[in-house]
Design a protein around this ligand. Structure first.
Ligand code: PHE
Length: 337
């Protein structure tokens, strides 16, 4: 019986040769292993055998089946690999064919301004910091020297979510968080991000806008450093011919405080000034609350309105254009910067 089965396997092996096609191999598979195949038909003999010989017989048939399958599959694989290699040899890639035309997007003007500022300040060794938009009163106001009864809170008409949480009204709370985290170590950061105030939405106001905060704390920081830093920034963004003018101002978190104007030449050739940001020396109370001894450490801070920079730089006449995703507007910034 075993000889019979072995001879079936041998007869298949004799039929295998390199000229067989895939179809020939499939026909062989059916001839041996199909429903009425040569090997399959041997299976019916099992009924005629005594019980004790059945398992052994079953095992022989199974081994033979595996061996036949193996031989046929191996030969099929050789053919497939050969066919694939021939196909690859025939196919060449025409690199001169025109490619698919994907529409290119553009960076949003506020992203362009943010990246430009980051470029300048990272070049000076600053780090870029982030903070949450839903902020605690403690960081947004208190640690910025705006206690709960401070009248200047009025200027920041706020969206409160609970008694103690609000949408941040400026990026200054990122300063407070960073000071707390830095545990008395020197700091040089900028912090761009979204801010919110209960302003009406019109050509020049928006309830949501963007700021970029700057904070430097170290032992020998002076007002001269602040001035030079802002002058460099104005020139980086608007051009080397620009200069800046500082006017005394008031912020609860800085003392002294200034508003900073950047020069431009009007159509008559006259030098004019545009206000672009607020800045000052970090108030001793803010330093103390942030964990810095004001007798040892000093700092300067500034807050820039990013829309304002973009409006001046790209001559935009309506702040709402930043937020309405009109492609006719956005497409103008393709390839800028
Ligand atoms: N946080 C201020 C504002 O939103 C801007 C500012 C920041 C002014 C830092 C001075 C120093 O009005």
């Amino acid at each position: 019986m075993k000889e019979k089965i072995d001879s079936i396997v041998t007869s298949l092996n004799d039929k295998i040769h390199p000229d067989l096609t895939l179809n020939d191999l499939e026909a062989l598979r059916v001839e041996y292993l199909g429903k009425n195949g040569i090997l399959t038909s041997q299976m019916s003999l099992i009924r005629t055998l005594p019980n004790e010989e059945k398992p052994k017989f079953g095992q022989w048939i199974n081994d033979a089946k595996l061996s036949i399958e193996h031989v046929i599959t191996e030969q099929k694989n050789i053919l497939l690999t050969k066919a694939m290699n021939e196909q690859l040899k025939k196919e060449t890639l025409d690199v001169t064919m025109p490619g698919l035309n994907f529409k290119k997007g553009s960076l949003h003007p506020l992203t362009l301004v943010t990246q430009d500022l980051e470029d300048y300040f990272i070049g000076l060794g600053y780090k870029v910091a982030e903070g949450p938009e839903l902020e605690l009163d403690k960081y947004n106001f208190e640690m910025m020297n705006l206690a709960s009864d401070h009248p200047a809170r009025e200027m920041h008409d706020s969206f409160y979510v609970t008694q103690n949480t609000l949408l941040r009204t400026h990026t200054s709370p990122i300063q407070a968080r960073y000071m707390e985290k830095s545990k008395g170590q020197p700091i040089a950061i900028i912090a761009p991000g979204k801010t919110y105030r209960r302003d009406p939405d019109d050509r020049t106001h928006s309830h949501q806008f963007m700021q970029c905060e700057g904070l430097v704390i170290d032992k020998n920081v002076t007002f001269a450093h602040l001035k030079e830093t802002l002058l460099g920034m104005a020139r980086h963004i608007f051009g080397e011919e620009r200069t800046i003018r500082l006017r005394p101002s008031y912020f609860p978190f800085t003392e002294p405080s200034v508003e900073v104007d950047v020069s431009y030449v009007d159509s008559d050739g006259k030098t004019e000034w545009i206000e672009v940001l607020g800045a000052g020396m970090v108030h001793p109370n803010v330093l103390t609350m942030g964990g810095y001894d004001p007798k040892v450490y000093r700092g300067f801070a500034f807050g820039i309105g990013l829309e304002r920079i973009a409006i001046l730089k790209y001559k935009i006449d309506d702040i709402r254009q930043f937020y309405t995703n009109d492609l006719r507007f956005l497409n103008q910034f393709k390839g800028v910067l």
